[in-house]
Design a protein around this ligand. Structure first.
Ligand code: NI
Length: 256
């Protein structure tokens, strides 16, 4: 099983990072994709991916940090992207909920990094919060030229189907295990071939560990919830979602 979106580089893991990485494998979560969020996080993600065989990474600047995206870092991303452990550009996107960078700057950084991903032939990991209309409009220009995933999918079933019609995936996480979550509708109704599973750890810990720190091993709880919603066997959902992630991030072709 693959945790397609984790932040093991964050300081929440400074005291036991090694242990958490090893225990993920012991729990059957044999591959992790550590997602970069800014220049420093992307560098740390890159270092981890090169230190551990089972860790892959993405590099990019999150909408919160959009105002920090520099031309120099764009060049550095390009250099890092040549390394086979870098499997995508992200996380990038729009966040109008927290508005930590001005919206026009967020849109500019998003488009620049989408263009970079096209140039580098890398998939993208997209973060959207309270900005789905703008994100869909921007993304529609890239349909057929770019693949990627809308992570921690925050929208409706109709919006998910729009995302998928543009050639993108959606991903679900611990939110799906919370009472009355919209994300459960996504898990129940969206074509399983277009769904990835993730933790977004250290955040969004699934039930029954809600309130504690999230870890990659808990992606199994996300898989179990998805299986329950679909009324399918855990093993089948594991197989399909793993294959989806391997194809999107080209984990198989590169590492046969
Ligand atoms: Ni994230």
């Amino acid at each position: 099983m693959i945790d397609t979106h984790c932040h093991i580089d964050f300081r929440d893991f400074d005291h036991d990072r090694e242990e958490i990485i090893v225990s993920a494998s012991e729990f059957g979560v044999d591959r992790l994709i550590n997602i970069g969020t800014d220049l420093h996080s992307s560098r740390r993600a890159f270092a981890l991916a090169n230190e551990y065989e089972n860790i892959f990474c993405t590099v990019g600047v999150h909408p919160h940090d959009a105002k920090t995206l520099s031309d120099r870092f764009m060049v550095e991303m390009e250099t890092m992207s040549a390394n086979p452990k870098v499997v995508g550009i992200g996380e990038i996107g729009l966040d109008y909920f927290r508005d930590l960078s001005p919206r026009d700057i967020q849109r500019d950084a998003f488009v620049k990094q989408l263009d970079l991903a096209v140039k580098l032939d890398q998939p993208v990991v997209i973060h959207v919060r309270e900005a789905m209309d703008d994100a869909l409009e921007i993304i529609s220009d890239y349909a057929g030229r770019l693949k990627g995933v809308f992570h921690c999918f925050p929208g409706t079933v109709a919006e998910a189907n729009k995302v998928i019609s543009h050639g993108f995936h959606v991903s679900v996480n611990g939110i799906m295990t919370y009472k009355n979550s919209k994300m459960a509708d996504i898990g129940r109704e969206i074509d399983l071939q277009s769904i990835l599973i993730e933790t977004d750890c250290p955040y969004l810990t699934p039930v029954p560990h809600r309130g504690k720190r999230n870890v990659p091993a808990y992606v199994k709880l996300v898989c179990a919830k998805l299986a329950e919603l679909r009324q399918l066997d855990f093993d089948e959902v594991e197989k399909i979602t793993t294959r989806n992630a391997e194809k999107l991030f080209r984990l198989v072709e590169t590492f046969g």
